[in-house]
Design a protein around this ligand. Structure first.
Ligand code: GDP
Length: 460
């Protein structure tokens, strides 16, 4: 996410690091670099202009802080302006006073709406809401099925019209030139909301149809649905990979349906990020969520300040901590802490539990990417082979319960059996045992020293 933009900006700042004072020409050169980096990342020209002129004005102005050196001051200014173009404050979902809250999703076909419906549904459910997904994308016959699959994965119920009797209309409607619709999406949306009311769902997420390119029929359909259901939020889902087309698409949806917030999808790809950096400031609508993968848990609330920190390689420790808190079971963490303080041996069973928790946090790469300064190590990160974890896990799973709690007893023949069982070389088992013994020792030393380094879920 934003890798090349991030690399270019940090390289620019590096050039300033050893300067005691910045001349006007230093500032101009820096701004030129920033401008090029943004344009290469597909940020829309008006946004680039606004951004660089704000930075120039502030950098040349009398913004002098005793606490920061000139390079740090520039980073601070760029950071603040980046937060501003990303929308400023984090904007949370507006919930209706009288439930159900109605959320409508709009966007081009393939932008990630259906996937998002599941992610948003799961996220709301995890917070104690009782969402219902409504399948009002009747443009493609399999869109309804797709939403049902997504709903199942998310553990969230789906309201879908009966096949063959969609929306109480004829099975296939002609809804405009070249458009075949398998029912009436306006009627289905209304019925979905009625059902939510009857069954006491407190949030309804309405998935609507998209097309490959913006067209008048599609817009009219979305506008009709909006008028019929008066949603509390209309979320415009945009694929972060669409580059320069982002601005035009966002404007077309703003004029056609209007929306209250933006969701950036596919931010996990090697998108240059221009969409993200343009859409909020062009439309004046906040980015509220980001979608970062195909699985239902690959979803984050969008925080402009944290995203700016990630782009400037200042890390996003807050998100990392939140994910750790979600993944680590409190009881398990307390048990770990007890064992730790009692200087009991850390066993391979504990190790498996920790691996499972780490996996729940998402991919190792995305986690490491949130640590400050990790941008500099991108090459190593890219080479990181997550399968290494699977190999380690396979070795541990090939151990007997006795071996897991008594690693010192794992002799040559046991090692050979473990290697065979997990499909690795004996040397790999040796190396794992060696590292494990070292880790056990280190933990004991730490326990005696009293300090526990910032391990997630293990408050010191
Ligand atoms: P819709 O047509 O707007 O409903 O889009 P879909 O939800 O069907 O998504 C289109 C494709 O993009 C599917 O193959 C999804 O699996 C994929 N997709 C959706 N969101 C993401 C994401 O955040 N990251 C990645 N890598 N793929 C995504």
């Amino acid at each position: 996410m934003f890798a090349s933009l991030s690399d270019r900006l940090t390289a620019t700042f590096k050039n300033l690091r050893h300067k005691g004072r910045l001349t006007e020409s230093d500032i101009n050169a820096t701004i030129r670099d920033i401008r090029l980096a943004l344009l290469d990342a597909d940020v829309a020209l008006p946004v680039v202009k606004q951004f660089t002129s704000a930075i120039r004005e502030r950098a040349l102005g009398a913004e002098v802080s005793q606490a920061l050196n000139p390079a740090q001051q520039v980073v601070k200014i760029v950071n603040e302006e980046l937060v501003a173009i990303l929308g400023g404050q984090t904007r949370s979902l507006q919930l209706a006073k009288n439930p159900p809250t109605v959320i409508m999703l709009a966007g081009l076909q393939g932008s990630g709406k259906t996937t998002l419906a599941g992610k948003l549904g799961k996220w709301l459910k995890d917070q104690g809401h009782t969402p219902l997904l409504v399948a009002a994308d009747l443009q493609r016959p399999n869109a309804v099925t797709q939403l049902e699959v997504v709903g199942e994965r998310a553990g969230v119920p789906v309201y879908a019209p009966e096949r063959g009797n969609m929306g109480g209309h004829d099975a296939v409607l002609e809804s405009g030139e070249g458009t075949r619709s398998f029912g009436d999406p306006v009627a289905v949306s209304r019925q979905g909301i009625e059902q939510a009311r009857a069954r006491q769902h407190d949030v309804v997420i309405v998935d609507t149809a998209g097309r490959l390119a913006v067209d008048a029929n599609l817009m009219q359909q979305a506008a009709d649905i909006r008028a019929a259901i008066s949603p509390d939020e209309v979320l415009f889902v945009i694929d972060a990979m669409i580059g320069q087309a982002a601005v035009e698409t966002a404007q077309a949806f703003q004029e056609g349906v209007d929306f209250t917030g933006v969701v950036l999808s596919k931010l996990d790809g090697d998108a240059r990020g221009g969409a993200a950096l343009s859409v909020a400031s062009i439309t004046g609508r906040p980015i509220m969520f980001s979608s970062i993968g195909e699985s239902v848990k690959d979803f984050e609330v969008f925080h402009p300040d944290r995203m700016a920190s990630r782009i400037l390689d200042m890390g996003d420790v807050l998100t990392l901590i939140e994910q750790a808190e979600k993944a680590f079971d409190r009881a398990q963490a307390a048990e770990m802490q007890r064992k730790f303080l009692a200087e009991e041996d850390f066993t391979f069973d504990d190790f498996l539990n920790q691996m499972a928790a780490i996996k729940k946090m998402g991919s190792l790469k995305s986690m490491l990417g949130m640590m400050p300064g990790m941008g500099q190590m991108r090459a190593q990160l890219d080479n990181l082979d997550e399968r290494e974890f699977d190999r380690v896990e396979a070795m541990v799973r090939s151990m007997t319960p006795f071996e897991r709690t008594h690693p010192k007893q794992i002799n040559g023949s046991r090692r050979a059996r473990i290697a065979k069982g997990s499909g690795v070389q004996v040397s790999e088992v040796n190396s794992l045992l060696e590292r494990f013994t070292d880790a056990q020792k280190m933990m004991k030393q730490l326990a005696r020293g009293g300090g526990i380094p910032g391990m997630p879920g293990m408050p010191g």
